[in-house]
Design a protein around this ligand. Structure first.
Ligand SMILES: [Zn+2]
Length: 321
């Protein structure tokens, strides 16, 4: 690099750092396992080898995980002659399995970030063309997630949003959206992608947060560093389940990908889609902003599976047929 070019790069760095400081961006130190480098998801992900295989009544169950950490997902595969459908129960939640042509049924399990770490019974129910029904019980171990603690100060003009009642109301609203579970496989075999190109992650999923010294809450998504007006893309194909304004998330888009999988895109300055609209992977659904409970332009990205917020980064790195 020529000395002049190097000097310009340094100037740009100093300017962008001082802009970040002036805007008071809600940026906490990166956790030790996070990286400054953009996360690149290889697409398509290779099909992994199952970690355990259970045979019962002429039916095969494959697990693609050893254990599931709080706030993460785990994939189950059921196949056998004449199988016509499957679902499962874990923590008293029902999970509908999705069919893959000539490859049986797959179910995506999710553990809430608050789920008590211990071993649970997974009950898999399968039914067959000859009306036979079987139940296969498999132990599933939930392990503690790796979450950091953060102290966050909201500026006085938005401090009214640091309110447990507003937070409960908004989570209930999202829960009712996530409960409208469509059984359409709307994502494609190339998986889920980051919504912003060259994303630099800041605040991690699941962090224990203390707002203004009195509101204890959890971080339900990942934060991505951004300036205003950057295009936000759909992580995968789906249908818009919500496009509007909520107090904490600001201008928000929620996409239903089918079978209990949702992605959400918060704090947008503009929304480019409407409820009910079909979306393809990578489609621009809005642009970044600073709306809602935000202390500077940033992007908050969530994924939910079966009503549980899950780690969206781990999700993009999970093979899903
Ligand atoms: Zn966030």
């Amino acid at each position: 690099m020529k000395p002049v070019a190097g000097f310009i790069v340094i100037i740009c760095l100093v300017v962008s750092l001082s802009i970040a400081a002036a805007q008071g961006i809600d940026e906490t130190p990166l956790p030790s396992d996070a990286t400054q480098a953009p996360i690149v998801t290889p697409t398509p992900l290779p099909r992994p080898t199952p970690t355990s295989v259970i045979e019962q009544d002429g039916t095969t169950v494959e697990l693609f995980f050893n254990s599931i950490a709080q706030g993460q997902v785990g994939l189950v595969h059921v196949h056998g002659d004449g199988i016509a459908g499957a679902r499962a129960r874990l923590f008293n939640e029902m999970v509908d399995f999705f069919p893959i042509e000539d490859d049986g049924y797959y179910g995506l399990l999710s553990a809430n970030m608050e789920q008590n770490p211990r071993t649970y019974d997974l009950n898999i129910f399968a039914w067959f063309e000859d009306n036979r029904r079987i139940t296969i019980n498999v132990p599933v171990e939930i392990v503690r997630g790796d979450f950091i603690r953060q102290e966050i100060t909201m500026a006085p003009d938005r401090a009214y949003l640091v309110d447990a009642e507003i937070e409960r109301g908004e989570l209930a609203r999202l829960e009712s959206i996530f409960n409208q579970n469509t059984t359409d496989h709307l994502w494609d075999s190339l998986g889920f992608q980051m919504p912003i190109l060259n994303s630099q992650l800041t605040s991690p999923f699941g962090a224990f947060r203390n707002f203004n010294g009195f509101l204890q809450t959890r971080h339900t998504g990942w934060d991505i560093r951004t300036t205003l007006g950057i295009p936000v893309m759909a992580s995968a194909g789906g249908t818009v389940a919500f496009a509007g304004h909520l107090e904490i998330r600001g201008n928000l888009v929620v996409i239903d990908h089918g079978f209990g999988i949702f992605s959400t895109y918060s704090h947008l300055s503009q929304i480019h889609v409407t409820r009910g609209q079909s979306i393809v992977k990578g489609q621009i659904i809005g642009v970044t902003g600073d709306t809602g409970r935000s202390s500077g332009p940033h992007f908050h990205w969530e994924m939910a599976v079966n009503g549980n917020f899950v780690d969206s980064i781990q999700f993009t790195q999970t093979w899903l047929p």
